[in-house]
Design a protein around this ligand. Structure first.
Ligand SMILES: [Zn+2]
Length: 327
């Protein structure tokens, strides 16, 4: 998309551990941001109030209301871009994030429109990361991209033909819940052998502990540290996680004829520990010439990617706002 220096976007990133809101400029730079921990409450209104206060604090810090001009003359576009933890349902504007128990079929789009009086563009959080990497990060110049986040869960979002892909309900790209092992562990979603149940940080760490790992606090970060130090079970845990990712990515690339796969998130920050076994499995399973061609690369934008992607929904709606305006 073409950066427009005369426009600012209000962007929101809804995750299971934190809410973030930001004013993002036309070049994709975060100008002001505020965060709040995601309430563990089962009361949907308590959760919504925390989100609204993060948004309000961001507007206050920027000294702007939606539709205002900044001191530099750029307009804060009267719309709200939202990247939300999945699943969501764009047909009715509801969200039911697995890690936010207070929200089940919560009418997020209507509630935000009611409160702020503007249209709300919603996409899944992993789609937001894919959009951000396509706009400003590792996937610039590529029109057919799978963006993935490997951290507490495994998320995915698709750019095809240069456009964000939503699918029927906004959930296209859910690669974390494709089964890569029919005999594998049960997944939080109810499935069996899902990629997330094998390759996510908690899954990787649980497997390592079940196989004798006792280092540090037992998290994926501790396993990564032990793997760097050469501990065998830790290395095996990363090999298993990477191999499952490579298998799933090979399937996605073969199905969609992609140019590039971009992978971010805390587990991906382990670098070669994860990417080497991933590449090995990918090469083994992507047998057709066109499928073997794409590269798998680390993401570039880190923690701000979700906000940058949500801003793109406002700044380039025709490209990234798959459900159209909220009217
Ligand atoms: Zn699953």
């Amino acid at each position: 998309m073409t950066p427009d220096p005369d426009r600012l976007a209000l962007a929101v990133d809804i995750g299971g551990t934190k809410f973030a809101a930001a004013v993002v400029d036309g070049g994709g730079e975060v100008v002001v941001t505020r965060r709040a921990p995601t309430p563990r409450s089962t009361d949907p209104d308590v959760v919504f109030a925390a989100l609204a206060s993060a948004i309000d604090a961001t507007l206050d810090a920027a000294g702007l209301r939606l539709g205002d001009r900044s001191a530099a003359g750029a307009v804060l576009v009267p719309a709200l871009g939202v990247g939300t933890a999945a699943p969501l349902d764009l047909t009715v504007g509801t969200v039911s994030p697995v890690n936010i128990p207070g929200w089940r079929s919560f009418p997020l789009r209507d509630r935000l429109t009611e409160r702020y009086g503007v249209p709300v563009g919603m996409i899944g959080d992993a789609v937001a990361v894919a959009v951000a990497e396509h706009w400003r990060g590792a996937a610039r110049g590529h029109d057919n991209v799978l963006g993935m986040v490997v951290s507490t869960g495994v998320g995915g979002g698709l750019i095809l033909g240069g456009r964000a892909v939503s699918g029927s309900t906004g959930n296209a790209g859910h690669i974390g819940h494709i089964s890569v092992d029919p005999e594998g562990p049960l997944c939080v979603c109810g499935g069996i052998g899902c990629l997330e149940a094998i390759s996510s940080g908690p899954s990787l760490a649980a497997w390592a502990r079940a196989n004798g790992f006792a280092g540090g606090d037992g998290t994926a970060a501790a396993v990564a540290e032990a793997a760097v130090a050469g501990e065998d079970v830790a290395l095996q845990a990363f090999r298993r996680s990477g191999a499952a990712l490579g298998l799933a990515v090979a399937g996605a690339v073969t199905l969609l004829d992609l140019d590039l796969v971009v992978i971010g998130g805390g587990v991906a920050a382990a670098g070669p520990l994860l990417f080497e076994p991933l590449a090995e499995a990918y090469t083994r399973y992507a047998a057709l010439g066109f499928a073997a061609r794409p590269r798998v690369v680390p993401a570039m934008l880190g923690g701000a990617a979700g906000l940058i992607g949500a801003a793109a929904v406002v700044l380039s709606p025709e490209q990234y706002w798959p459900s159209g305006s909220a009217d």
